[in-house]
Design a protein around this ligand. Structure first.
Ligand code: DC
Length: 206
């Protein structure tokens, strides 16, 4: 079983995807963490495409790059901005998409979050969710989570949204067969319950 959860930054994808994976006994794939690891490597001089091809990325409770724990290092504003830039590079995407496809088809059940899971990585997913929230609410959530200024978060977010949605290669967009869930005004519990219900309906034998 593969559940794809795509959408823009700040829609609540990570929290919701982890919780849905727990509820369904599935493994959680944070594809954004892979782009962040590559971005992190480029900040110390690595070529992005080579880093995407050759870095051994470990995902789980901790994120590792060639065995080194980078869990908190990949969450800085600098890495966040760089990740959005390198995510537009076709060679980077090809290398990471290949690794993601291998993971998702290893026989386990997965809840995978990202921008292109339902459209490119796993068009065969059993359920595709496109998670959104108003721009305002997304910025507020991120600012609150990281103790930052809402206006600054909103400006940086708008720039990344624009870049993610307008890049030539795999832009952020909902798959045609995705269920759009607008989380504005919903609690995490409500969103998790809704998606878990959709997942059970999509994967239970008819
Ligand atoms: O979800 P996130 O903020 O950790 O993602 C980091 C960056 O990677 C973000 O700019 C979008 C990009 N990304 C992507 O292009 N495709 C994915 N499947 C996941 C993330």
């Amino acid at each position: 079983m593969i559940i794809a959860i795509d959408g823009p930054a700040g829609a609540g994808k990570s929290t919701v995807s982890r919780a849905v994976a727990d509820a369904l006994g599935a493994t959680y794939l944070d594809s954004g963490a892979m782009y962040r690891v590559v971005a992190f490597k480029t900040l110390s001089g690595s070529d992005a495409a080579s880093a995407a091809r050759s870095t051994l990325i470990g995902l789980g409770e901790k994120v590792t790059a060639d065995g080194v724990d980078v869990t908190s290092l990949i969450r800085t504003p600098e890495v966040t901005a760089r990740a959005s830039e390198i995510a537009a590079l076709p060679l980077v995407r090809e290398a990471l998409v290949e690794q993601q496809r291998k993971l998702l088809h290893d026989g386990r059940s997965w809840v995978a979050e990202g921008r292109d899971i339902g459209t490119v990585v796993a068009p065969d997913a059993d359920l595709k969710i496109y998670l959104t929230a108003s721009e305002d609410e997304r910025a507020k959530r991120r600012a609150h989570e990281h103790g930052l200024d809402t206006a600054e978060v909103q400006a940086a977010q708008a720039e990344r949204d624009r870049r993610d949605a307008t890049r030539d290669y795999s832009p952020l967009k909902a798959a045609e067969d995705a269920v759009e869930v607008d989380t504005t005004g919903m609690s995490i519990e409500q969103v998790v319950a809704k998606i878990s219900e959709l997942a059970r309906a999509a994967t239970s034998p008819a």
